[in-house]
Design a protein around this ligand. Structure first.
Ligand code: PMT
Length: 409
């Protein structure tokens, strides 16, 4: 990878947690790669590292006060973000994540975030219970929807003695995400001018006016992919079934119910440069849909269901003629056993260019959960992505799409 950091300015916000010492290593790595670091320390960060240490290693005075007279006369916090090429928050506490999610601006760090016009990489670090707490997960979804990129947290033993996810990603991992950003996203948003169609969520096939067949898709994976692609500048057509999370900001949403609705909405939204099929679509639907609630018969016999096939949306788009077909058609495969073997057969059958297989057996918690482990297929074969957050899957896929389109331009 070429040295993409030379001369780049990174605004590094350090918030208060035991992992703050890792921020010093991030500064070292950026400096070694030729980048410039402007550290901002929150008041609680200063309980863990001193502004003198951060400032000395960075070679730039570490800032913390919002009302620094000399800088504020030049509208300091606005200038800080305008000057930067990228903002990194590492470590990011639960409290600071809540501030970012809700637009609080009561110190230099949170004000800089609210005034930002740059990409933000966030490395959360907190106690395992704090990380899994409902409010933190809701705040996480909000900042992902706002286009922020999340790195980590890792799973392991915490400083408090508990075990689980919450430990800040290692400095090398955060640094790799910074390098990756400059490599892929550079000055200009790499997917600007590209139109990307994404299906997400679960279809519902009615049996009668009050009952339907569906599945457990929460829409989290499709939403995370849409957020990452949106942050990279793409125009997003987001065709979604039922979901537990709202669509990301800034995308064009078409809400559908059945697989046939999704088929119609997808073909209506074409042409596009890339089409990604992350929705969990029902392969069949009941042949007859009762216009009234199906009644229990007097003898208590269960009705039998006759099913008919739904159209295969992914396959229909992959089979379009050149000129109508998106340059890149990407499918998913949800498997509960022999994941790689079944997914390979699906990859060949569907005619898509890439396929992301995931294990959706109950033990994995992929349906509805916040993380995923992908087996990625393309015409070169397949390889495994380690377990990562759904936001990271979205980011990794966005990077790969950007590189592909750059090469084929
Ligand atoms: O939503 P989450 O809770 O975050 O979970 C994410 C996920 C598990 C739903 C997602 O990662 C995923 O695997 N999506 C695909 C689910 C699925 O329907 O897989 P499949 O193996 O049955 O279908 C293969 C592919 O064909 C998929 O791209 C699917 O969107 C597409 N398909 C399937 C049937 C059909 N009639 N039309 C289609 O386009």
């Amino acid at each position: 990878m070429p040295n993409m950091l030379a001369g780049r300015k990174i605004l590094l916000i350090i918030t208060g947690g035991i992992a703050a010492f890792k921020a010093i290593d991030i500064i070292r790595l950026i400096k070694k790669a030729g980048g410039e670091v402007q550290p901002i320390l929150t008041a609680s960060a200063q309980e863990f590292v001193t502004p003198l240490t951060a400032g000395t290693i960075a070679g730039n005075e570490a800032l913390s006060e919002l009302f620094d007279l000399t800088r504020e006369s030049d509208i300091g916090h606005i200038e800080l973000v305008r000057d930067a090429d990228l903002i990194v928050v590492a470590p990011c506490t639960a409290n600071f994540m809540a501030k970012m999610a809700n637009g609080l601006a009561d110190d230099l760090a949170s004000t800089a975030i609210l005034a930002r016009d740059k990409h933000v990489i966030v490395a959360p670090a907190m106690n395992v219970k704090m990380w899994s707490a409902g409010p933190t997960q809701r705040n996480l979804n909000l900042i992902v929807e706002d286009g922020m990129q999340i790195v980590g947290p890792d799973e392991g033993e915490m400083a408090c003695g508990e075990f689980g996810p919450g430990r800040m990603a290692e400095p090398e991992t955060v640094f790799a995400a910074i390098e990756d950003y400059f490599y892929t996203f550079g000055e200009n948003l790499p997917l600007k001018g590209k139109r990307i169609l994404i299906t997400s969520g679960a279809t519902r096939e009615p049996l009668d006016p009050v009952r339907y067949l569906t599945n457990a898709s929460s829409g989290k994976q499709g939403t995370a992919i849409a957020a990452a692609l949106r942050a990279a500048g793409a125009e997003i057509e987001f065709v979604t079934g039922a979901a537990e999370v709202p669509p990301p900001n800034g995308v064009n949403v078409t809400q559908i119910t059945t697989a046939q609705d999704m088929y119609d909405a997808v073909h209506e939204a074409l042409p596009c440069d890339v089409a990604i099929f992350c929705a969990a679509v029902s392969d069949w639907r009941p042949k007859e849909v009762g216009s009234k609630k199906i009644k229990k018969t007097g003898d208590g016999e269960a009705p039998s269901l006759e099913m008919v096939l739904n159209p295969d949306i992914l396959k229909s788009v992959a089979a379009l003629e050149p000129g109508e077909r998106p340059a890149l058609v990407i499918g998913f495969a949800a498997e509960t056993d022999n994941v790689t073997e079944h997914a390979r057969a699906k990859y060949e059958r569907k005619g898509c260019d890439w396929l992301l297989a995931n294990d959706v057996s109950a033990k994995t918690g992929t349906f509805g959960g916040d993380s995923n482990a992908i087996v990625f297929f393309d015409d070169q074969g397949h390889h495994e992505w380690p377990q990562m957050s759904k936001a990271e899957v979205g980011q990794k896929l966005a990077n790969r799409i950007a590189s592909f389109l750059k090469q084929s331009d």
